[in-house]
Write a protein that binds this ligand. Structure first.
Ligand SMILES: [Zn+2]
Length: 88
């Protein structure tokens, strides 16, 4: 077992990682252990790396689109009578 007391950012109170690889490793562990999807970003205040639940902007946009698509396609409406699947 390894005991290490992580330093925490004075501003965000998040655990500080010295390099990106370390943060990404921690993010992967969190995902494996808790199924938590975390993102790595560089802090403006301490210029170390932190983990966040919020993804990059593009990723969030994509997810928003996914959710939108899912809301439209996720619940299949009862098929109209006489509906014929299109042949390919
Ligand atoms: Zn910070």
């Amino acid at each position: 077992m390894h005991y290490f007391t992580p330093k925490r950012c004075a501003s965000s109170r998040k655990i500080m990682y010295h390099d990106k690889a370390q943060a990404e490793f921690a993010a992967r562990e969190a995902f494996i252990e808790r199924g938590a999807e975390l993102w790595v970003y560089r802090c403006d205040y301490c210029s170390e790396w932190h983990l966040t639940h919020h993804g990059p902007r593009e990723e969030r946009l994509l997810r928003g689109m996914d959710r939108y698509a899912a809301s439209r396609q996720g619940k299949p409406r009862s098929r109209k009578r006489g509906f014929k699947p299109r042949k390919r």
